[in-house]
Design a protein around this ligand. Structure first.
Ligand code: V47
Length: 360
């Protein structure tokens, strides 16, 4: 049996062996991924009506890839108050958003209580909105400033009304690359433990992978395999479907940061990464082509290479655009729907847990 068929048959292969999947031509990989995607979702492309809010860019950590954090490269620090965030959330809701996605920096001026008051206030004002908040990196940071332990932080998030967790902070799990690109940030093992514990509380989350910087192909595969194992563990602990809803390969944006990467992955390399993710991550239901980093066109093409989701309307993207992402920072629902349909797909509005709301 050749490598692709072994991978499709879920044979236990190492990251090094599986990295040779990239040697297949893009059409062979794309067809294999598309067969899986078509069986699961036919020609549906999922999106949601959401609003990203990034409360602050003042950060105690110094990730080399980050252009969002206020630093020498981005000398415009800001911190929103709870009232300001509530106003944005309310406006977003009035504009149709069904999900508020909150990802922030590691701001030493925000206290433990601040976060939970924020979540309670959002839920009080907008009980019908899905609150997706705090990456595992933020949970780890809040644990470090409060000494509560990450399990307590997660339990308090549930009590304060957080519905699910975004997938950020995963970056690349390989410890060598991680040490170089984001020394001091949540360890790979802790990132996975945080999500597994969150799943054991009956909650769902996503998982990202930052790629296209200094990592090698083998590191991407290693990242996916660690997530696949964590999802199996989550299935075992929760005794049901695993807690990761979606895998999101985030394409590295290279401006205004300290990584100094000169090369950029080709379109083929990006699409192969999407296809390989669909082939290997049989236990993670959705592969998200995040249009804010890929650009709308490539995100749509990715739907023919294994991805089935585009993310959402976003309304205001700040993290990737700070690093040079050229895509718009938000899209109207009408525009997103018409782009999906023009590309030959069925546009399915979903909620944050991938329940289908309507075909648009
Ligand atoms: O973890 C930072 C990334 C992430 C850059 O769960 C960069 O649905 C590219 O959590 N180039 C945070 N990426 C964003 C995040 C997220 C985004 C979209 C959807 C979801 C979801 C979650 O932003 C960080 C980091 O990997 N990031 N800098 C950059 N230069």
């Amino acid at each position: 049996m050749d490598l692709l068929h072994k991978a499709l048959a879920r044979e236990p292969l190492s990251a090094k062996e599986l990295s040779k999947l990239y040697d297949y031509d893009i059409f062979t990989l794309g067809e294999a991924a598309q067969n899986i995607r078509a069986q699961l979702y036919d020609t549906k492309v999922f999106f949601n009506n959401n609003r990203h809010i990034n409360p602050s860019n003042i950060c105690a950590d110094v990730c080399k890839f980050c252009a969002f954090s206020a630093s020498r490269k981005n000398p415009n620090p800001y911190s929103m108050s709870i009232d300001e965030i509530l106003t944005l959330a309310q406006q977003a809701y009035n504009n149709g958003a069904k999900e508020i996605h909150i990802v922030s920096s590691h701001n030493p001026n925000y206290t433990y209580e601040w976060y939970f008051e924020l979540f309670r206030e959002i839920k009080k004002a907008l009980p019908q909105v899905h609150l997706k908040a705090l990456t595992a990196a933020e949970v780890d940071y809040i644990d470090r400033i409060s000494n509560k332990g990450y399990k307590q932080v997660l339990e308090d998030m549930v009590k304060a009304g957080v519905d699910s967790m975004p997938g950020g902070g995963a970056e690349i799990f390989d410890e060598g690359v991680r040490e170089y690109i984001c020394k001091g940030k949540v360890s790979s093992q802790r990132w996975l433990e945080i999500h597994t514990y969150w799943h054991s509380l009956g909650k769902m989350s996503n998982a990202t992978m930052l790629f296209g910087h200094i990592e090698q192909r083998e590191h991407r595969i290693d990242h996916m395999l660690r997530l696949r194992d964590a999802q199996s563990e989550s299935e075992r602990v929760a005794n049901k479907q695993g807690g990761f809803n979606a895998f999101i390969p985030l394409l590295y944006q290279r401006e205004n940061n300290f990584l100094n990467v000169k090369t950029f992955p080709s379109g083929q390399e990006i699409l192969k990464t999407m296809s390989i993710a669909r082939i290997l991550l049989h236990n993670i239901p959705h592969i998200k082509a995040y249009w804010a980093t890929l650009g709308l066109n490539l995100a749509l093409v990715a739907q023919e290479f294994g991805a089935d989701d585009m993310d959402g309307t976003i309304q205001l993207e700040s993290i990737q655009s700070a690093a040079g992402a050229k895509s718009k920072s938000g899209l109207s629902k009408e525009e997103l729907v018409s782009q999906i349909k023009d590309a030959g797909f069925r546009a399915i509005e979903r909620d944050s847990l991938y329940n289908e709301l309507a075909e648009c």
